[in-house]
Write a protein that binds this ligand. Structure first.
Ligand SMILES: [Zn+2]
Length: 60
């Protein structure tokens, strides 16, 4: 069973969703608007998987 929260995308600012995996160990942030994806471990705060389209191009 997973919990889903509504948040704002850190990449584009639109509505995204944050879901927790088993034991709230893995936190997943996903934005349907810009395809932003961030999967982090809640215990170590380490990024397991990340994908942010336009983020780097934005800074260039
Ligand atoms: Zn987004």
């Amino acid at each position: 069973m997973s919990v889903i929260e509504s948040i704002y995308c850190p990449n584009c600012g639109h509505q995204a969703e944050r879901s927790y995996g088993r034991d709230r160990h893995v936190v997943r942030v996903q934005c349907p608007t810009c395809d932003y994806l961030m999967v982090t471990c809640a215990f170590t705060a380490r990024v397991i998987e990340a994908y942010a389209p336009g983020l780097y191009a934005h800074r260039l």
